[in-house]
Write a protein that binds this ligand. Structure first.
Ligand code: C2E
Ligand code: MG
Ligand code: MG
Ligand code: MG
Length: 272
């Protein structure tokens, strides 16, 4: 009996693995169709604020997928699939194009765009980026690329070479989700980042967790000595914000100031 149930478990496990693999394959195929159709992807924007002045210093573009049958699919679910089926390349270009156009049209002070490490594996990104900025009529100084280090950066030398060229163009580079996963001190030492985005896990319980506070203070110090602005992600409460201001955090982003939404909705909120 015990053996049978173990076997059942294994069969069930294998079946659900198959199902997951099928699901990923289906979503991957749907993604290519969506790219052709052109009306399923859109961008939401979330403001980034200067702590001292309270002014909006930029917006982060966040990709959304309105799937025809599944509804809104989260980027946390579809970006990894896009990375494994190759769709991240055309999709990444689409995001850059749309975000730069929006930034120029709406006169945004700065636009931050998430870039997959896979996009940094192709040197032609540099020329495509230059063309995108020209078409949009956006000064490179108003664009920032957010990079999350991950297991897929397998050629650091090449990524570094590409990032240096992008930086030479005048585009800023941020390290995203710093402090978690693969975002290591080693990367910080090697790559030319302008901004350090502290992962939400550090700000989440900031007022209640002295250890988290110690980490944030240490990272602020590190940021200062490496001449990087530190931005705290995921700020949801006034008490968090007060503490971040007190310990000298440069910039903030989070639901307290605005959820990611369309630029029309965002500008209505700032106008009122
Ligand atoms: P991320 O770049 O670290 O973006 C921050 C995520 O935190 C966003 O989730 C945002 O909606 C959420 N967030 C912002 N403020 C708060 C807050 O106060 N509280 C909480 N709980 N969450 C907050 P989202 O939009 O679901 O995106 C998830 C991830 O997907 C992003 O993390 C980014 O890594 C990836 N992603 C999104 N758009 C793109 C894209 O165009 N290209 C690539 N390669 N990745 C993208
Ligand atoms: Mg980001
Ligand atoms: Mg982040
Ligand atoms: Mg993230």
């Amino acid at each position: 009996r015990a053996k049978a149930s173990l076997l059942e478990k294994i069969c069930f496990y294998t079946a659900s693995m198959d199902e997951q693999a099928r699901d990923r394959r289906d979503l991957g195929a749907d993604m290519w169709t969506a790219l052709e159709a052109g009306d399923q992807f859109f961008l939401h924007y979330q403001e980034q604020l200067d702590v001292v002045t309270g002014a909006i210093c930029g917006y982060e573009a966040l990709l959304r997928w309105q799937h025809p049958t599944r509804g809104l699919v989260s980027p946390a679910a579809f970006i990894p699939i896009a990375e494994s089926c190759g769709a991240i390349m055309p999709l990444g270009d689409w995001v850059l194009e749309k975000a730069c156009q929006a930034a120029a049209d709406q006169d945004l002070p700065r636009i931050a765009v998430n870039v997959s490490p896979l996009q940094l594996g192709d040197v032609s990104l540099v020329d495509r980026l230059r063309a995108i900025l020209l078409r949009a009529g956006l000064s490179p100084a108003r664009l920032e690329l957010e990079i999350t280090e991950s297991a897929v950066i397998n050629d650091r030398e090449r990524a570094l070479h590409i990032l240096r060229q992008i930086k030479a163009m005048g585009v800023a580079i941020a390290i995203d989700d710093f402090g978690t996963g693969y975002s290591s001190l080693e990367t910080l030492r090697l790559f030319p980042f302008d901004r350090l985005k502290l992962d939400r896990s550090f700000t989440k319980d900031l007022e209640r967790d002295p250890k988290a506070q110690a980490f944030v203070e240490a990272m602020l110090m590190l940021g200062r000595s490496l001449r990087m602005t530190v931005l705290a992600e995921g700020v949801e409460r006034q008490t968090q914000m007060a503490l971040l201001a007190r310990i000298g955090c440069g910039e903030v982003q989070g639901f307290l100031f605005g959820k990611p939404r369309s630029l029309e909705q965002a500008s209505l909120a700032t106008a009122s």
